[in-house]
Ligand binder design. Structure first.
Ligand code: RAM
Length: 338
């Protein structure tokens, strides 16, 4: 009898511990996901590593996902899986502004906090957006750079990521707006080509631009994959100093082309910090410290304090800070950093 009672007490104690563990797990949402555009992009890997560091610093679990191809369809499949996994939040780097809306709404209805980062989704599908830098300034700055490099006159082209990428499309929109100014009357944008953030396609699109436009003076590539591909093409074809290159590039991938002069200068932010800021945005949303409304404030670990502001697309955003210029004078200091 005594043995039976001891055993019963033991079983009940175990059951109580399990019940407490289950209820704690239910109260502490622990899985935070990020979905990048596609695999094989070093920029994406750095951004996801920053997210992971920020989530783990707060003692939660980070889930890093990216499809093989940079399409909305492929991201939808991943988001469906994350809904089934009952993650606390999804940080989406959108392959399309609108196409992800239905699945993101489904995730929201399941209680998952949704926000975009780097490449935004429709404000109706997100709580906020983590923006790497002022979109208007990026567009203006890249056109001004091309203008300086070609002496204010000649044909220029854009080598972008995918035709649906909302970050690149926004920057291109602001480039076109800048080009309308009288200052640029002798600058002609001849083509926007799409390398889909795939290395080989970006190389062949850069070659295609040079073939179709023999008078081309500058390529603006607002993508780290595109700019590195174009740097290689200009170098291999001996076009250094004849066709210039600028855009958004990783110092680690672009040092060779900045040092050899094919890209006199370019811009970027720290992709690790973008991801890290995303991690703190995720936990602030899940813990209800913020809702994603203008004026919300939160602390982002080693980056300090941030506030939510109005985004140009009508939604809200958190802005990391100004982009950084890389040239021959500073590239050696940065090429090992990111
Ligand atoms: C590529 C991606 C990314 C973009 C950078 C500048 O790596 O398209 O989304 O922010 O370039």
């Amino acid at each position: 009898m005594r043995k039976f009672i001891t055993r019963a007490i033991f079983v009940m104690a175990i059951m109580a511990i399990v019940a407490i563990a289950i209820s704690c797990a239910a109260k502490t949402p622990s899985k935070y996901a990020i979905v990048f555009k596609n695999t094989g992009n070093p920029y994406g890997e750095k951004q996801m590593s920053g997210f992971k560091a920020g989530i783990e610093e707060q003692k939660f679990e980070a889930i890093l996902r990216a499809p093989d191809q940079p399409t909305a369809e492929a991201q939808i499949l991943i988001i469906e899986q994350l809904i089934a996994q009952k993650v606390a939040s999804i940080c989406i780097v959108g392959n399309d502004f609108d196409a992800l809306q239905p699945v993101l709404k489904k995730a929201t209805a399941a209680g998952i906090k949704i926000f975009s980062l780097d490449s935004s989704v429709n404000p109706a599908a997100r709580l906020t957006h983590v923006n790497q830098a002022d979109s208007v300034k990026i567009g203006q700055t890249l056109v001004q750079a091309a203008y300086d490099m070609i002496g204010g006159k000649g044909e220029i082209a854009v080598l972008s990521a995918t035709s649906q990428a909302s970050n690149q499309n926004l920057w291109i929109e602001y480039m076109k707006a800048e080009l309308l100014l009288d200052k640029y009357k002798d600058v002609k944008l001849v083509k926007v080509a799409y390398g889909d953030d795939l290395r080989d396609k970006s190389v062949s699109e850069a070659e295609g631009l040079l073939k179709s436009y023999p008078n081309l003076k500058c390529i603006i590539a607002p993508t780290t994959v595109g700019i590195a591909a174009a740097g290689k093409v200009l170098t291999d074809k001996g076009l250094i100093g004849k066709v210039f290159l600028t855009g958004l590039g990783l110092p680690s991938e672009m040092a060779t082309y900045i040092e050899n002069g094919s890209c006199p200068y370019m811009f970027l932010w720290n992709p690790i910090d973008v991801g890290y800021l995303g991690a703190w945005t995720a936990t602030a949303l899940v813990s209800k410290k913020i809702t994603g409304a203008v004026g919300d404030k939160f602390s982002a670990g080693r980056l300090g304090d941030y506030a939510i502001t109005k985004a140009p697309d009508g939604g809200t955003e958190v802005l990391l800070g100004p982009p950084y210029k890389f040239d021959k004078a500073n590239i050696a200091d940065w090429k090992t950093v990111y």
